[in-house]
Design a protein around this ligand. Structure first.
Ligand code: NAD
Length: 498
């Protein structure tokens, strides 16, 4: 069995804590690697390396930094197939979906190519007599990212790209479920010319996370994962005086209006609900048809589509989705299906009995579909994170809107309608961070920002786009007067424009 390492100071470093966890290949159920779980001392070693390397990197001018990113893009393209297969095998998603995971990360690296422009400050000529004011953005120093299992390329790149482009040194603590791709990305950055110590990877669990949160040399932490951990990291990181942004769980609704194109709606719902086995923070997990006729029509069209989903091993290019990440995740999702039945929801498609021929130990689950879900049920309130779609019937548009607004989570949401007024009203009033109109997974492109509302996000600034540059830099403002403009005599009052 392979033993993974940390990546510190540009080198693979074996774990020394003596603690390991197993990582699996979900499509076969085999244990494929041992992942070292870092101690506080190992985290500290990464911080020391990062701290030593950071001033040199910050002194490299932004255009030269961008050239390292250009080279990285070339290498990522050259190794795309290798990365996608590695990702699919370790995570469980299909190879085409793994390529999408990598691509959405690459798009943020492309955004970072504009770093000379993105870092430009402001300048006011003659703000007072012979006085100019200018502001500049400077790196924070050493910053960290803590990332989830479900996008092992995209989310590490969303964190590492802007952090490094801004001149920081970065420490990634990826998910212990699928750390191989993040390690490979750090290697490719080194090969692209990034100095050693600027992109470090420390594998680990709570012990490593706590060491990051308590280390005074780490100035900012970006987290993505489940809401309880997001809240914990936000609270502890802020208490330690760090800049922190945490993105948490989700329950994304799709409102289906009576005038929606039913074929387009069902196509969108099936992909967004079951793609990647529902293990996406932007997956649609609740469909809210408005009116009984819309609901009946939707269910009639959905049932055969869910029943005919093609589930396969991650290497099957024709599969709609692959296995879920671990046996524990599989059991948890099945447990939620049992809960839904006991709560009185109607399970109209039951995928629990699905077996993948030739892969009997893999972590597979057929698509499940619930009708007649109500808002007091746990399967509605909680995030299931699996191929389970709930249909909650609303009588009116206002009831559907209230459901979206009253839910604890506010990551993504969609409305399907042909009516411009309704779509506009929904986009304006819905209390959710990312909204799709006739589009089921409204993940904004890299030059906009990504982030949820309510308990899907903690902190002020979002991921990628202009917010990421603000998050990874601090602003300094300089007010300058040249000696020729200085009048004689001391002034003991606060300077004003009067
Ligand atoms: P998770 O919260 O279990 O783990 C995320 C990270 O936190 C991992 O690196 C993990 O090692 C670490 N961690 C886990 N338990 C910890 C603890 N007790 N103390 C400190 N650190 C701990 O999440 P996951 O299962 O890897 O990912 C799935 C979750 O991530 C879902 O809830 C999903 O909605 C969410 N997610 C959110 C977004 C978003 O942008 N909002 C994007 C992707 C995933």
């Amino acid at each position: 069995m392979k033993e993974l390492t940390h990546f510190i100071g540009g080198k693979h470093v074996k774990g020394t804590s003596g603690r390991f966890t197993d990582a699996y290949e979900p499509m076969t159920g085999d244990t494929v690697s041992k992942v070292p779980l870092a101690s506080k001392e190992e985290v500290r070693a990464a911080v020391e390396n990062a701290k030593a390397a950071q001033p040199g990197w910050a002194a490299v001018n932004p255009q030269r930094r961008a050239r390292v990113f250009m080279k990285f893009l070339e290498l990522a393209a050259k190794h795309n197939d290798e990365l996608a297969e590695m990702l699919a095998r370790e995570h469980g998603k299909t190879i085409p979906d793994a390529k999408g995971d990598i691509q959405r990360g690459i798009e943020v690296i492309e955004f970072c190519l504009g770093i000379p422009h993105l870092l430009k400050g402001e300048f006011t000529d003659s703000a007072g007599s012979n006085i100019d004011i200018y502001s500049m953005r400077q790196p924070l120093g050493v910053v960290a990212g803590i990332t989830p299992f479900n996008f092992p390329a995209m989310i590490p790149l969303w964190k590492a790209g802007p952090a490094i482009a801004c001149g920081n040194a970065f420490i990634l603590k990826p998910s212990e479920r699928d750390a191989s791709v993040p390690l490979r990305l750090a290697e490719l950055f080194l090969e692209a010319g990034l100095p050693p110590g600027i992109f470090n990877v420390v594998n680990g669990d709570k012990e490593a996370v706590d060491a990051i949160l308590d280390d005074a040399d780490i100035k900012a932490v970006g987290f993505v994962g489940s809401t309880p951990i997001a809240e914990y990291i936000y609270t502890r990181g802020c208490a330690n005086g760090k800049r922190v942004q945490c993105f948490g769980g989700a329950k994304n609704h799709m409102v289906v209006m009576p005038d929606a194109d039913m074929k387009q709606t069902v196509d969108a719902l099936i992909g967004a609900g079951y793609g990647s086995a529902g293990e996406r923070c932007m997956a649609i997990s609740v469909a809210v048809p408005v009116g009984e006729d819309t609901a009946n029509e939707l269910i009639k069209h959905l049932i055969p589509r869910v029943e005919s989903l093609k589930i396969g091993p991650s290497t099957d290019l024709a599969a709609d989705y692959g296995p879920v990440v671990t046996k524990a995740a599989l059991e948890k999702i099945k447990g939620y299906v049992d809960i839904g039945i006991n709560e009185g929801a109607k399970l109209v498609v039951d995928g629990r009995g699905f077996k993948m021929q030739g892969y009997e130990n893999g972590f597979y689950l057929g698509g499940c579909l619930f009708d007649n879900v109500t808002k007091d049920m746990r399967i509605y309130k909680e995030e299931i994170f699996g191929p389970v779609l709930s249909v909650l019937r609303a009588k009116t548009y206002n009831e559907a809107l209230s459901l979206c607004n009253d839910h604890e989570y506010g990551n993504g949401v969609a409305i399907f309608t042909r009516d411009g007024d309704t779509a506009r009203d929904f986009a304006s009033k819905v209390q959710v961070g990312m909204v799709g109109v006739n589009l089921p997974i409204p993940v904004p492109l890299a030059y906009y920002t990504f982030g949820g509302w309510k308990r899907s996000g903690f902190g002020d600034l979002n991921q990628h786009g202009p917010d990421s540059i603000r998050f990874y830099t601090k602003t300094k403002t300089v007010t300058a007067r040249w000696p020729s403009g200085i009048k004689e005599g001391a002034n003991f009052s606060i300077p004003t424009m009067s």
